[in-house]
Ligand binder design. Structure first.
Ligand code: PEP
Ligand code: MG
Length: 324
């Protein structure tokens, strides 16, 4: 396996008919970044900034954050690193900032927390921007967006932080800013969101949980959490279509992108890039290299006619096996 991994590392993620789809990675720790490079990642599609926050017993200062972010950016430069702003609440807790709610997944999560605490948001954005000085490979991504107002508010704060830094004589370029599509409402506003930002990225973990009303971490309903539920596939396909129509790059950074079956369908739907755990990258790459885009599109057409998740999964599995 080690030899296979090495051989795959420098080969492009390209289908038999020459369609290239960049494979990026999801990171949290610096060790993830190093492992990702060994596996030939072309960028970071999701850096979960809550991970370094969880390892402290208080909010990290601007300069502490800057150091941590700089490490990520430098490790991947000149390739892009997509830093998601603090996504706490729901299943992600900070001991020093407890949030107690009856319905945490429908409560104070992600962008909702940081827009209510602009001081936390601004410190983080300043740290990201300062960390990117001279590297220019930063992208900023906003989690849990459910309305354009949140995007406008967040963009306003990002511009403000950037303007402040320029006034303080830093030489920092304005990074691309994108939003996560992980709340069902956002699926119906792709064009409006795309008009405001540089890229979109689907958080299929949360999107699936919210579309199906199934807690992604509750073992009792684990059987109902179906990544290949026809409604989920229909939403994913709509997102890709509307993003294309808006000329805005769209990727997937949820677990689905890191499963070979999911990656095949997402590539066929027209997603521009897939971001996954480094562990899954070689497997996904080798599967994509073994098929043609044309073949995957025919499979997608067939699968979109099926009304049950288990049958969808077995259909994709059988087709992949037949294709060798
Ligand atoms: C997602 O929701 O799909 C996602 C990528 O973010 P997280 O798993 O960190 O919520
Ligand atoms: Mg999420």
């Amino acid at each position: 396996l080690q030899q296979d991994l090495l051989e795959l590392k420098d080969l492009p993620a390209e289908t038999q008919d020459g369609h290239r789809i960049p494979l990026w990675v999801n990171t949290g720790l610096i060790t993830d970044a190093v492992r990702s490079l060994e596996r030939g990642a072309e960028g970071v599609g999701l850096y979960r900034t809550e991970v370094p926050f969880m390892m402290k017993d208080r909010f990290p200062s601007e300069s502490e954050q800057q150091k941590i972010y700089h490490q990520q950016l430098k490790t991947f430069a000149p390739n892009p690193v997509t830093m998601r702003t603090l996504d706490i609440g729901g299943d992600k807790a900070l001991t020093y900032f407890p949030i107690e709610e009856a319905n945490p997944f429908l409560g104070w999560r992600g962008i909702r927390v940081t827009l209510d605490h602009p001081e936390i948001f601004l410190v983080q954005i300043r740290a990201m921007l300062r960390a990117s000085e001279g590297l220019d490979n930063l992208r900023i991504m906003l989690p849990m967006i459910s309305s354009v107002n949140e995007v406008d508010e967040a963009l306003h704060l990002i511009y403000r932080a950037h303007a402040e830094l320029l006034e303080e004589d830093f030489d920092i370029v304005m990074p691309d800013v994108g939003v996560m599509i992980e709340v069902p409402a956002a699926v119906y506003q792709i064009r409006e969101l795309a008009a405001r930002v540089d890229f979109l990225s689907v958080g299929s973990n949360d999107l699936t949980q919210y579309l199906l009303a199934v807690d992604r971490n509750n073992p009792r309903v684990a059987d109902l959490y179906q990544a290949f539920h026809p409604a989920v596939l229909s939403a994913l396909s709509m997102i890709a279509r509307d993003a294309k129509a808006s000329d805005t790059p769209v990727s997937v950074c949820g677990e689905m992108a890191g499963s070979p079956l999911g990656a095949v369908l997402l590539m066929a739907m027209g997603y521009d890039m897939l971001s996954m755990n480094a562990t899954n990258l070689p497997k996904v790459k080798s599967v994509l290299r073994g098929i043609s885009q044309r073949w995957a599109q025919q499979l997608l057409e067939e699968v979109m006619q099926i009304d049950s998740a288990p049958i969808i999964v077995s259909t994709i599995q059988l087709s992949l096996e037949k294709a060798g």
